[in-house]
Design a protein around this ligand. Structure first.
Ligand SMILES: Nc1nc2c(ncn2[C@@H]2O[C@H](COP(=O)(O)OP(=O)(O)O[C@H]3O[C@H](CO)[C@@H](O)[C@H](O)[C@@H]3O)[C@@H](O)[C@H]2O)c(=O)[nH]1
Ligand SMILES: [Mg+2]
Length: 196
């Protein structure tokens, strides 16, 4: 690891502040050769998110949620994405609390044996988002509700339960294209193979 860079913010402008703030920063930054440069960077300040991939160790199944995602849609890609259950970390909540709430709202299943896997920047060049990723166990006999999300917020979420191996095959086939989901599936596979 190199040293932390020397840098400072010279100016910040809020370009848009609808759902989250889109900021433009002028940053003075020392290059590795010792020279200084000023760069302009636009950052979408979306806060933090948390996701959980739940496994039933007895049957080897995982729970995914499928919902319409606008970003792949406007890119012209398939827009019904199968993903690990996720939500934004609301103010005052911990990432653990977020995944417990989201799991129940979106899937009806209650995560047990919640384990933190990693905290990552999924797209550090474009957004400030930090994602906290967890694995958990679930028991299909203990389902608290049907899931589906909050219709009053426009959520319309289908719950999928499928074998971990089948989900991994969907990654290879390009049918699962969400990064956090691929990482968590891989993590569970390694764990089950005894490497985790
Ligand atoms: N009004 C409005 N509502 C929005 C907008 N974007 C999303 N919403 C609504 O805001 C809610 C967000 O639901 P969450 O479950 O909290 O988040 P998420 O959309 O599943 O996103 C999660 O995964 C993303 C990445 O896969 C993460 O980027 C995000 O941080 C979070 O973890 C949903 O009801 C959605 O319809 C918007 O631009 N405007
Ligand atoms: Mg969600």
């Amino acid at each position: 690891m190199g040293e932390e860079p020397q840098a400072r913010i010279r100016a910040t402008k809020t370009l848009s502040n609808a759902r989250f703030a889109l900021e433009s920063h002028e940053i003075e930054q020392r290059r590795r050769d010792g020279g200084w440069q000023t760069v302009k960077r636009e950052i979408y300040r979306v806060g933090e998110g948390a996701a959980v991939l739940m496994l039933d160790p007895r049957r080897g199944t995982v729970v995914l949620v499928r919902q319409f995602r606008a970003a792949p849609f406007v890119n012209g890609d398939p827009a019904l994405l199968a993903e690990a259950c996720a939500g934004m970390v609301e103010e005052g909540d911990t990432p653990e609390e977020t995944v417990r709430k989201e799991a129940e709202q979106e899937t009806g299943f209650r995560p047990r044996d919640l384990r933190h896997a990693f905290t990552l920047y999924p797209s550090p060049g474009a957004t400030s988002e930090k994602l906290h990723l967890f694995t958990a166990r679930y028991d299909p006999a203990e389902r608290a509700g049907p899931g589906g999300g909050r219709p009053e917020e426009g959520e319309d979420i289908e719950v999928l339960e499928l074998p971990l191996d089948r989900a991994w095959a969907m990654v290879g086939a390009g049918e699962i294209i969400d990064a956090k989901t691929v990482l968590l599936l891989q993590h569970l596979r390694l764990e089950r193979a005894g490497a985790g």
